[in-house]
Write a protein that binds this ligand. Structure first.
Ligand SMILES: [Zn+2]
Length: 251
């Protein structure tokens, strides 16, 4: 059976002589693994659509448990990512995160849309990477069922508490902490809290268009990343690589 669908390449693995195994997040069929024959040879016409973080229109042939790419037309290559190692590694991390949050039995086109918007923001707009990363991480978590409770302090109800409890996903004031489970809390400025509330509720097309002063941006980034790693209870090799780049002064 032939399947025709738009898809983003979340992962690529070299396979046999000149093939690749691609993890595709599709518009219509959720996440699929497909074999792309001969795409590592220089002359392959499928080459550009079958690289990591390319978005294209794919024709797939499904035979039993095996899926093969028969046609692939590039729709968007996010060129701005490919000339900047920081951005490319951050994009790879978001793809890895997206893959980890897809469920094999579910097709959620909004996940694909979020990743495309995030890659677009990274590659084309002059958006701070810190904000794109935090917005993508937190909204992906919301989509996957890990939305934090951000209405106010979980104990007294205060509207702008200055702590975020990362294992419980709730806000609290410093003085209210003894009423919650022990565990790590991250500091939150009012600006960072407003940003978290915005990220959880904004229409997707506006998600990457907010501004934040540097101190609040750092606070947001630290709280969201720690929340994510705590909730998912795993690490991401692409995140480690991205952070190693940011720590090493280049040149
Ligand atoms: Zn309180």
């Amino acid at each position: 059976m032939y399947l025709k669908t738009n898809a983003l390449v979340l992962r690529e693995v070299a396979y046999q002589d000149a093939d690749k195994l691609l993890t595709l997040l599709t518009q219509d069929y959720g996440c699929l693994t497909a074999r792309a024959r001969g795409v590592r040879s220089r002359s392959s016409r499928l080459k550009s659509a079958c690289q990591l973080l390319s978005y294209g229109e794919f024709t797939l042939l499904e035979r039993g448990n095996f899926i093969t790419v028969t046609e692939a037309e590039l729709l968007e290559s996010f060129q701005g990512l490919r000339t900047d190692l920081d951005k490319l590694s951050l994009g790879s991390y978001l793809a890895q995160l997206g893959e980890s949050l897809t469920r094999a039995d579910a097709n959620d086109p909004s996940l694909l849309r979020l990743l495309l918007l995030a890659l677009d923001a990274l590659s084309r707009l002059d958006r701070p990477q810190t904000l794109v990363k935090a917005a993508a991480e937190l909204r992906l978590l919301c989509m996957a069922g890990y939305a934090p409770a951000l209405e106010g302090c979980a104990v007294c109800g205060a509207e702008y508490p200055d702590r975020f409890h990362v294992s419980q996903g709730v806000l609290h004031c410093a003085g209210c902490k003894p009423h919650l489970d022990p565990g790590l809390s991250m500091p939150l400025t009012p600006g960072a809290l407003d940003a978290m509330r915005f990220i959880c509720s904004a229409p997707l097309e506006r998600l990457f268009r907010f501004e934040l002063p540097a101190d609040s941006a750092e606070c947001l980034a630290a709280a969201v990343e720690t929340f994510l790693l705590t909730q998912l209870e795993r690490g991401f090799s692409a995140l480690d690589f991205y952070k190693s780049l940011r720590l090493t002064p280049m040149g």
